[in-house]
Write a protein of this length. Sequence first.
Length: 108
Amino acid sequence: MKKLFPIILVLFLISGCSGPQDGVLSSLIYLVALVSIFVFGGLIRLILKPLFDMWDKDRAVTFDRENSAHSSIFNSYPKYKGRYISVPGPKKEKDKFWKSFNKKYGNK
């Protein structure tokens, strides 16, 4: 929303509503429209954020040894010889998984 504010402000200034000389009603309509954009955008974000958080928490991540983007993870654990590492989605389980994985395959 912070990135959107300067754009809306410029459009507001370009639109020709420069103050009371355009009429109080016209200025009031522009002001209500501007405020409603921020309020409505904030409400939508408040409603959708928990849904996206629930979806992200439940997603498991799988790292593949043959994927070059994942090579740094497999280089960190030279004792691990499998092709895939499947990390559970929820934070509590993820922390528990990495703790046990480090004990088993870590360099220490």
